[in-house]
Design a protein around this ligand. Sequence first.
Ligand SMILES: [Zn+2]
Ligand SMILES: [Zn+2]
Length: 443
Amino acid sequence: MSENILQEYKLQVELIKVKLKEIENKINKLSIEVPEYDLELNDLKRNRNNLNYYIRNLNYSIKWMECCHEPKVFCGIETTKIYEVYLSKILNWGEKLGIDQTLVDTNSKNGLQQLLNKYGSIRAVSRETGVPKSTLQDRMTKYGLQSPYSQQVKGNVIFNDRNPVPDLSDIEDLIDKTIALQCSLDNTQIKQTNLSLEIKDNKPIGIGFWSDWHLGSKGTDHLQWKKDVDTISGIDGFYYLGNGDYCNLSLGTHPGENYDELLQPEQQIAMAEYGFKKTKKQALGLTRGCHPDRIYTSTGTDIIDRFCGISDCANLWHGGEVKLLIGDIEYVIRIRHKAPGESPINTTNAQRKQLETHGEADIVALAHLHYPDIEHKPIMGRSDVVFVRSGTYKIYDEFGQKLNGYRGTYGVPMIVLYPKEKRFVPFRNMDIGIKFLNRERMG
Ligand SMILES: [Zn+2]
Ligand SMILES: [Zn+2]
């Protein structure tokens, strides 16, 4: 199919163009004297529109096949997919345009017999029509049609209906449909590592870096978290990027960690959902973090998709680059839950390494180590770069105590950003930051 499909599509375009010409001629010749002139004209124009739509779809697919990747926008169409176009051609166009009736009907005895005669085997019919082989076999049994497999002989043994070894066109068909499937799968996931957004405001705004809630753990300060949810949900001009570990989700990754759990995963998730629902207006994007990742690694489910759905924001996967436009100024924020290069001596070494690995940014935000940290300094030719580490609500846990009596430190760092000039005022915790922001916004 793949070898032919490009040619087929090009042929379809030519055939449709012929039809279009016919319609154009009819429109030109249509006399106003004809009874029901308006209706007739309307019908012709509608047909012309439909055909133009088909041509745009086909050209989009042709372009895709020729350049080996999906054109982002082609002829104004963004979402048309090769397989949809293929299916709609098979299922509707033949009938609509009278192009190839034999391709149309796999559900009638006659149509199926014609297809079997044309392609020689159920497998080839399945490949060409997109109808599964088992469905075709059922229909053949229903209509009493003969198996089209040719006999295969091995010595004295005659196989009447043995499935033949796949040939090149079968494998090509597999490749084409895998590509089409990948395209459909891509369109059902929302993770992204580059995000561009604009906040329409002519006053300074605050960006909070909020992570490591660890809801449902025995040592988590749920009271502080609930207060922060209430505070954040009510602040004007404040937005946040979530940086992972919203639920504790000790699923037994480390032996004995489950004894730290206060709540079941389901209740932890419900609690996080409450937080995201209440702060929906302020949420820009969420990374996953290592604890929700345990759900992914054990079940393949990305719980962050659900959280992003609730808070109507971007799923930033394990981290990425956020380009944030405020007024006239673009701020580049690089965010990850955790990153290589951590050093207990130089606590922002990992942020610096992010710049080396992924390029310049104005703000680099990390989380995971459960203490808030801010460094504001010139680096790599920029006079102002802010390194951020967000704190946690999980103050006590077995793991930290066992390591060296470590306890988590609370803190939601925030940075006030300005819309007319590139300027940052960072705060290690949002309590003072919010007071400052409110004053700045009052002018
Ligand atoms: Zn954490
Ligand atoms: Zn973590």
